[in-house]
Structure formats: structure tokens, C-alpha cells
Ligand binder design. Structure first.
Ligand code: PLP
Length: 358
């Protein structure tokens, strides 16, 4: 009865993970209670938490130079935490504007630091990524922030900017989709509800030398050092989401890790973009070199057909294809947990719809 879910977030979770969670829901491994009923300080929960962190470190190749924090508040809270933790109020931070999520990060950062928008893709209606040699970086930036994958616009960086200041990346919708060299970053953050697990958990991977410099006004709960010093248990963490993320990490390891995921994800994305480009009916506006592997926006030849397209998709068992309200059209999010058969089924439906309406 489960259908294919193309939601941008909260997004699909691997079915085997949900099955395991269901099996363990009433009685976790013979302890006679559910994970969500455990004290976060119990040896069982601490074990679950440590194992999840170890598996994430292994998957992403995260060294001991970095703290891995399991936080709450979503990536949106990080839009404030980052300037508060990494810059003094009179310092400048560089931001790259590649779309809706960059804009939100910029707006929030302006409340706490001087922001220099070093490059913007606004002129191309965010269908491109500004060439690195056009970036006007500050001499003494506290950090450089960018959004490697814009979930709404479907624009992705396939290169990592080489900058002097600590590089900060909102990887909410690309984390774990392919390998990255964590050592190139000062800080990586991501809301969990796309490639990690359920909503309610936020991962921050931060180089330890950046800890302990928070502005005086920083709320205790937003100070990375508080979280790092307390193993992300200064207060009650989102234990159930943390446990489920751990199951997803185990599943990813079983798939062969991030290199294997990249092969699958590229295949899925190439199929879908290939079909869109050759269809003569659907169109993706993003420059070819910057097309997201995870979020594929597309428009129909005539937007008067949008409603019928969505209704038919729903009937065909293809859920959540409506584009973001700010851009309209369609969007297929094809995260790790969306199987290749889902992409095949989507293409078959799109072909059929185009034939009937083209
Ligand atoms: N950044 C990106 C790239 C996102 O895709 C999202 C959510 O979709 C956010 C930030 C906001 O995340 P949250 O809802 O966890 O605050």
C-alpha cells in the first residue's frame, strides 16, 4: 500500500528502516520499552546515540578534528546560530546567493553580523551558479556561507569553493547523497528530514577550533560549545529521531556507503533529466552543469495542465510532485530513499500524460 513519495521534505524514509522501527517500537531489543520512552541518559540511549554518531563519521569520513552535534530547531535555526557562533557582531561574513534558502540564511545573518553578498545568481533567476572568479570575497571574512544544493530551485554545486575563511555549507538537501571531503569545510549543517531521517533533528559538523567564540548574546542552547561539551545532551535531545537517523546510517552502510549512493543517484537523475530534455513537453530551467541530483523541478508545456497532471500522478501512486509555492510547476525530489523504480514509474506516467495532452 506504500506509494512513491517525491516530497522535498519531510521526505521518503527507506522502507526497511520503517519496518525495523516498527518491530522495535514496543520493545527495543528486549528492554521492555520503546526508544521514545527511554531516559536520554540511560546506557541504552547513550549507546544508540554514540553508534549513530560513529556510523555518520564513518560514512562521511569525519575526523576527530570535528564535533558532530545532534540538535533541534531545523536548518532555519542554524541561520542564526552560525553568525552567532562564528563571528563577532562587528565582523563581516560572506554569503553566496543561489536561491530561496541562501536568501533566508542571508536575511537572518544580517541580524547578527555584517553580511557581504559576495556573489548572486539573481540575474539568471537562480538557474545558474555564479562563476568562482566573479566572487567578491571580503579580505577578513569570519566565514563564507553557501548552499551546495538549493532544494527549491534545483541548483547544485559540483565543486567546492576554495576560500581562506572557514567554509560553511547548508547541506540540508544534499548531505549523504554522495561523498564530500569534510576537511574542506569549517562547518556543515543539515536538517534531517531529507536524507537523514525524520524532522526534528538537525546535524551540525563543526571544526573544533571554531568552538568557544560565540557572541555574548548567544542563547546557551544555540552555543555549539554547550552542545559539544555535553555530547548534544545539554537538554533532552530528539531521541526518537536520533535513533531513526542511526537506522538510516546503518542502511546507507549496507548499500555500500556514499560512493555507491552517488552511482545510484546519478543514474536516477540522468534518467529523469534525459527524459525531460527529450520530451518536447516538459522543461527544466537549470543550466545543465548545475542540475541538482536530489531536487528536479520541471514545468509542463502549458501550466493550465498542472492540476490534471498532479491528480493523475496521485492516482498513479506518485505523491508530492507539486513544485514549491514560490516557483510553481512540479518538483520531483529523488533523495536516497526514493528507489530507482519510483523514477521509472514517474517517467512512464510523464510519457503517458504528455502523449494524452501534447
Ligand atoms: N536549507 C535548505 C537547503 C532546505 O532545503 C531547508 C528546508 O527544506 C531548510 C534550509 C530549512 O530547514 P528546516 O525546515 O529544517 O528549518
Amino acid at each position: 500500500s506504500r506509494r512513491f513519495n517525491f516530497c522535498a521534505g519531510p521526505a521518503a524514509i527507506p522502507e526497511v528502516v520503517l519496518q525495523q522501527a516498527r518491530e522495535e517500537m514496543l520493545d527495543w531489543q528486549g528492554h521492555g520499552l520503546s526508544v521514545m520512552e527511554m531516559s536520554h541518559r540511560s546506557p541504552e540511549m547513550v549507546g544508540i546515540a554514540e553508534q549513530a554518531e560513529a556510523d555518520l563519521r564513518e560514512l562521511m569520513g569525519i575526523s576527530d578534528d570535528y564535533a558532530v552535534l545532534f540538535l533541534q530547531g531545523g536548518a532555519s535555526t542554524q541561520f542564526a546560530s552560525i553568525p552567532l557562533n562564528l563571528a563577532a557582531a562587528d565582523q563581516t561574513a560572506d554569503y553566496i546567493n543561489t536561491g530561496e534558502w541562501s536568501k533566508k540564511a542571508i536575511k537572518e545573518a544580517k541580524r547578527y553580523v555584517n553580511v557581504n553578498v559576495a556573489a548572486s545568481a539573481e540575474a539568471s533567476n537562480f538557474s545558474t551558479i555564479p562563476a568562482f572568479d566573479s566572487w567578491q570575497l571580503s579580505d577578513n571574512a569570519a566565514y563564507v556561507h553557501y548552499t551546495p544544493n538549493e532544494t527549491i530551485g534545483g541548483v547544485e554545486f559540483f565543486w567546492t569553493p576554495e576560500v581562506k575563511a572557514p567554509l560553511v555549507a547548508d547541506m540540508s538537501s544534499t548531505i549523504l547523497s554522495r561523498p564530500v571531503d569534510v576537511n574542506q569545510f569549517g562547518l556543515i549543517y543539515a536538517g534531517a528530514q531529507k536524507n537523514i531521517g525524520p524532522a526534528g533533528l538537525t546535524i551540525v559538523i563543526v571544526r573544533r577550533d571554531l568552538l568557544g567564540k560565540a557572541q555574548g548574546i548567544t542563547p546557551t542552547m544555540l552555543d555549539y560549545k554547550t552542545a559539544a561539551d555535553n555530547d548534544s545532551m545539554y537538554n533532552t535531545p530528539p531521541t526518537l529521531a536520533w535513533y531513526l537517523a542511526g537506522l538510516v546510517f546503518k542502511w546507507l552502510k549496507g548499500q555500500g556507503g556514499l560512493q555507491a549512493m552517488e552511482v545510484i543517484n546519478r543514474r536516477k537523475a540522468e534518467k529523469l533529466y534525459g527524459y525531460i530534455d527529450n520530451s518536447g513537453f516538459y522543461r527544466n530551467p537549470v543550466e545543465v552543469a548545475s542540475r541538482s541530483l536530489m531536487n528536479v523541478p520541471f514545468v509542463l508545456a502549458d501550466d493550465a495542465l498542472d492540476k490534471a497532471f498532479l491528480a493523475g500522478a496521485d492516482e498513479a501512486g506518485l505523491l508530492n510532485l507539486k513544485g514549491h509555492r514560490s516557483v510553481g510547476g512540479m518538483r520531483a525530489s529523488i533523495y536516497n530513499a526514493v528507489p530507482e523504480e519510483a523514477v521509472d514509474a514517474l517517467i512512464a506516467y510523464m510519457q503517458d500524460f504528455a502523449q494524452r495532452n501534447g
